[in-house]
Design a protein around this ligand. Structure first.
Ligand SMILES: Cc1cc2nc3c(=O)[nH]c(=O)nc-3n(C[C@H](O)[C@H](O)[C@H](O)COP(=O)(O)O)c2cc1C
Length: 175
């Protein structure tokens, strides 16, 4: 599978098989996340892999639409660590959550290469996630990522996207 094909296939999955995932595949997708670039190479990401049913239940309870979290055989929670000297994007937003978002997307693309599907959930109650996984201060959950074999054909990420002409301009900002 080439990269463009993987990008198209990386659409969020809303229906997982209960079939378990071999640990090598989980390690492989996290290893791909590890290779992501980050501001000053600080690599502020951490990933907690959850297979335990009770813990998955608690994470599902932290997400208003948590059914998918309970159904997926594995849930990976991606965290971003606050930095001692925080770098900002143009002085208005911290860059460390962006670093983790880049790593999350590399993980999602690697999942496609492993024959797996993912989703990406940010609609969660932070304190409940922190409590369930005993997260210390200064570390923030960025994404809850259900991981598994897709239950049905996942379609293509090209569907429902703006056309190139709607998002590309030259020499000035015309919108
Ligand atoms: C940063 C980010 C956060 C997202 N958060 C959620 C979420 O909390 N819940 C959810 O169901 N989907 C979430 N998604 C998935 C998007 O809703 C989905 O990618 C978008 O609707 C396009 O869907 P499609 O790829 O199936 O066309 C998120 C995606 C991204 C990139």
């Amino acid at each position: 599978m080439d990269l463009y094909e993987a990008i198209r296939a990386s659409r969020p999955c809303s229906n997982f098989q209960s079939r378990p995932i071999p640990e090598e595949k989980v390690r492989a997708v996290v290893a791909a996340a590890r290779l992501a670039p980050s501001q000053s190479n600080l690599q502020p990401w951490r990933f907690v892999v959850v297979r335990d049913e009770e813990l998955k239940h608690q994470i599902a309870q932290a997400c208003p639409r948590g059914k998918l979290v309970s159904e997926a055989p594995v849930v990976i929670v991606a965290f971003a660590m606050e930095e001692d000297i925080p770098m900002t994007v143009g002085g208005y937003i911290s860059s460390y959550p962006l670093d983790t978002a880049v790593a999350v997307h590399q993980l999602r693309l690697a999942a496609v290469a492993e024959g797996l599907a993912t989703n990406w959930i940010v609609d969660f109650h932070e304190a409940k996630i922190r409590r369930a996984l005993q997260v210390p201060e200064g570390i923030h959950p960025i994404a809850v990522i259900p991981l598994g074999y897709a239950g049905e054909t996942n379609g293509s990420a090209a569907e429902g996207r703006k056309s190139p002409d709607e998002i590309i301009a030259y020499d000035r900002y015309p919108w």
